[in-house]
Design a binder for this molecule. Sequence first.
Ligand code: TYM
Length: 329
Amino acid sequence: MTRVFSGVQPSGDMHIGNYLGAFRQWVEDQHSSDAFYCIVDLHALTVDTDPEMLRSRTVDAAINLLAVGLDPQICTIFVQSHVPEHAQLSWLLECMASMGELRRMTQFKEKGAGRESVRVGLFTYPVLMTADILLYDAERVPVGDDQRQHLELARNLAIRFNNRYGDTFVVPAPSVPRVAARVMDLQDPTQKMSKSSISPTGTVAILDSADQIEKKVRRAVTDPGKEVVYDPVNKPGISNLLDILAAVTGKSNSELATEYHSYAQLKSDVAEALIELLRPIQQRHAQLSADPGEVLAILARGAERAQSIAAVTLERAANAMGLLPPKLI
Ligand code: TYM
């Protein structure tokens, strides 16, 4: 079976961008692949985060993943810091990566821009991400479009390592959905929808009420003119709404455009489609939240399975680089 790996940061409320760009693929992939899904809490430390908040968001991230339909009987769900091999392999890979290639990462440039002091962890973030993926010999990594550049780095580091030290890592490939790979902010459709958005009205959270969804979509920024056409360059607001509706209904965005003669009708259908999409997820979220003990048990079993694989890969990489094994085999 193909090995699949992906991750999400417990850094805020999960939103429809995460769902349509990533989680939906994860749910599908768990049936056809040996899938590992990781809540990357170490990555969340790269910007200042309240400790209690991080802990509760980590549990909530797990509840979200179960609520969207991940089944711990057929896939592995775990927390990154529970498997220390992630940080260990990251160090070995940092010794393979160059300052220049990390400096070119657009996410680092964006997140670091304008800050007086930038954490070293934010700079080396993509190397830790590479370690996440390579530890599991993942062939495929289902992600949204914003992670493409990081995946390119992961491929380059895997290839560089294999060339220098012999065949050690599987070279992973990104898997980006055809529609809704980059869901945009409803208030600023030139920016991607994001957990850390400064405009909460631009983001539809997975747990938003029907009323909130209806309001946010109704107030979504649209474009001059009245015509509903799919044109991301000249009509980014309307095109984003068409993309969302296309992703939810399975129809094509340009075909959908021909069905609408007013922005208001399009908005009303987008809101309704999202409310229906999220309703069952929200119901499962409420049920799962009532038993956090069961969620923690799922994470503990996930970490055990993940570590049994990660430890073998780490040892392989350490040996290849010439580190002395701690005990003679
Ligand atoms: P994160 O937590 O920002 O997002 C989780 C997943 O959701 C996708 N996504 C989106 N897709 C479409 N439209 C959007 N507006 C949108 N916003 C987010 C992301 O592409 C991602 O797939 N660095 C990663 C986490 C990570 C990871 C990994 C991913 C750490 N290690 C190893 C894959 C493999 C991140 O911050 O994702």
